[in-house]
Ligand binder design. Structure first.
Ligand code: PLP
Length: 317
């Protein structure tokens, strides 16, 4: 708590120079307090840091309004429950997010407006074995400008590689300690797979099982379009089957359903992707990025279809 500084000081000193804006919620500051992102904040015995023991959400804010906030807060709640972390209080988080966005330093100016990445992190916190920091869970909420590299993929697309994730993750669902479907801070595997594909000339990965069933991207859901005799069909791997249920996929599907698309949650195999009329990686900040190449093979890629799906997302709050 020694790093918490008065808000007036933060406003005057840091607002103009810092690119991130951060609010901390803990036992002493249950409603949240602005903290200086340039000074150390995490204790060395913090279990979120030492073990990845915590949960998070990454969200997109456009013109200082966080999109799909309700969906993110409910997934955060379900992740926190799976890890036996205290239930996040949605109303407190909502108002902290609003305060954060009012005070956030400038975002990125894009075709959509002013864009920020907003993260909520809940860590199990310090253990008090190493330092005298207050033990127990805390929440950080932070906003920073969306990097241009992410924005450009919405139109330019990505080259992806299919990579095995080993065993069938659906099997994990039977074992609560395997945390299937929780968005935990343990993302080292997701980052390792990105480095692996990037060293081989691709941008992103799509995980498959040993039986070659398509799962999800490294940090995204997979969407597949098929258009036959004027019938428009949109597919995604069944979200409850051991993968993260994506809020972006959920939002696109809801809008597509209203626009008359047929929706499918079937098992998908690489062949379905190669024979489709479009494949996209969907996640909150990237929105949707068309997969232009899969394992080096060019995929069908219709910029108009991408624009249609992006438009569905833009209409959603
Ligand atoms: N799957 C994984 C593994 C992810 O990390 C993410 C987002 O980070 C997603 C799917 C997409 O989730 P959302 O659309 O809610 O951002």
């Amino acid at each position: 708590a020694s790093t918490v500084i008065p808000r007036w000081f933060w406003m005057r000193t840091y607002n103009k120079t810092m690119s991130s804006t951060v609010i901390l919620l803990n036992e002493q500051n249950p409603q949240g307090i602005f903290v200086d992102p340039s000074v150390p904040l995490i204790s060395v015995d913090d279990q979120g840091f030492t073990r990845g023991d915590g949960v998070f959400e990454t969200m997109l804010s456009v013109n200082r309004r966080v999109r799909k906030l309700g969906m993110h807060l409910s997934r955060l709640e379900s992740s926190a429950r799976m890890l036996d972390l205290p239930d996040p209080e949605p109303e407190i988080l909502r108002s902290a997010v609003e305060r954060l966005m009012r005070e956030a330093t400038a975002g990125a100016e894009t075709a959509l407006g002013e864009e920020h990445i907003v993260k909520i992190i809940i860590s199990r916190g310090p253990t008090q074995t190493v330092t005298s920091m207050q033990p127990g869970p805390y929440t950080l909420i932070m906003a920073s400008p969306v990097p241009a590299s992410i924005v450009k993929r919405r139109t330019e697309g990505v080259k992806a590689m299919l990579l095995p994730r080993g065993h069938e993750p659906m099997d994990n669902s039977a074992y609560p300690w395997l945390l299937a479907g929780a968005k935990t801070l343990s993302y080292a595997v997701n980052m390792a797979v990105l480095r692996y594909v990037q060293e081989r000339g691709a941008d992103d990965a799509i995980f498959i099982t040993d039986e070659r069933r398509v799962l999800e991207g490294a940090t995204s859901s997979v969407l597949v379009a098929k258009i036959e005799d004027g019938k428009k069909m949109l597919y995604t791997p069944e979200p409850s089957h051991g993968i993260l249920p994506g809020t972006t996929q959920g939002a696109v599907f809801e809008a597509a359903r209203q626009a008359g698309w047929e929706l499918g949650f079937g098992p998908l195999y690489p062949q379905d992707l190669f024979e489709s009329d479009g494949v996209w990686l969907a996640s909150s900040v990237r929105l949707i990025a068309p997969v232009t190449h899969l394992n080096g093979t060019a995929l069908a890629h219709d910029p108009e279809l991408t624009a249609t799906l992006l438009n569905y997302l833009a209409q959603q709050s």
